[in-house]
Design a protein around this ligand. Structure first.
Ligand code: AMP
Length: 284
């Protein structure tokens, strides 16, 4: 694996291999890698001839200074994991490389409705920060395929919009959520949970499952009320638990027929904010 710290060197390297012979897959991450990240790497390696991963804890997407400060960092282990799993290139810029001055942070993206709800509502400015860094990364790597996790469902929608605003040909591949045995969605932030908290955190997935299974055919608001109550009594502080169309995240009051939907949840367990989601296909 080759590690690049400077965008110009990476661009030069990528430009040196003939376009006709390569397909570039890109997996952007914030590090503290786990099996979820590695599943994206695997998907890229299966589809592409060159796989580039990036690790950059992007300050502009954190709306909470403490969350940024405490974001887990395991860079030596990450490099070993990427090497063992056959990553070709790691892009490892520092903050100065991505944001050489304050003006490099001054850009506004027209992200539309999807930015105003759920994560966008509870983390103001978050998706502007995500777009800022992803646009820069896409200009540097110019990937044919961009591998993203369904874990960050809304982020996938936002990045698809960003790609259409940029007018580039990169195709987004959304990969399934990898979970711990107890159902907890893998996340770098889980490193900040104790073993006991990880057990409690699995309630988040259980609450999504209970809504999806809905054995008594209850309406969404009844199911939501019960799920939120259960989560709060287990120690969570729920930001939101919502039902939406999976295509555009239009929020729904209740289940509708013949439409793929998604249930999305965000909640604090003590000091750590967790998100999860579950898709409901019209056929089941
Ligand atoms: P992050 O390092 O949290 O910014 O995540 C980098 C990429 O990995 C994003 O596209 C995430 O959606 C994806 N990812 C994070 N957690 C998981 C997971 N449990 N399963 C699959 N992909 C994930």
């Amino acid at each position: 694996m080759i590690i690049f710290k400077h965008a110009a060197d990476l661009k030069k390297f990528l430009a040196s291999s003939p376009l006709s012979e390569r397909t570039v897959g890109f997996v952007p991450t914030m590090g503290a890698l786990h099996a979820g990240h590695l599943s994206l790497l695997k998907a890229s390696k299966e589809k592409c001839t060159i796989t580039v991963c990036s690790i950059f804890v992007n300050p502009t997407q954190f709306n909470n200074a403490d969350d940024f400060k405490k974001y887990p960092k395991t860079i030596e282990r990450d490099i070993l994991l990427l090497e063992e799993n056959g990553c070709d290139i790691l892009f490892l810029p520092d903050e100065k490389e991505m944001y050489p001055d304050e003006t490099s942070k001054n850009k506004h993206f027209d992200l539309g409705y999807a930015e105003t709800i759920l994560e966008g509502k509870f983390r103001p400015g978050h998706f502007q920060g995500v777009s800022l860094v992803v646009e820069k990364l896409l200009h540097i790597v110019e990937p044919d395929f961009l591998f993203l996790g369904q874990k960050d469902f809304q982020q996938c929608i936002i990045i698809k919009r960003l790609i259409s605003l940029m007018g580039i040909k990169t195709q987004v591949i959304v990969c399934p959520i990898l979970r711990e045995e107890n159902g907890l969605a893998m996340s770098s932030r889980n490193l900040r949970l104790s073993d006991r908290e990880k057990e409690i955190a699995s309630n988040l997935y259980q609450s999504l499952l209970s809504i999806k299974e809905n054995p008594k055919n209850e309406d969404f608001s009844t199911l939501k009320k019960r799920a939120v109550q259960n989560l709060e009594s287990a120690g969570f502080n729920v930001d939101y638990l919502e039902l939406a169309k999976s295509e555009d995240l239009a929020l729904l009051k209740d289940f509708i027929d013949d439409e793929e939907m998604v249930i999305l949840v965000a909640a604090f367990l003590h000091h750590v904010r967790l998100i999860d989601n579950l898709v409901i296909n019209p056929s089941n």
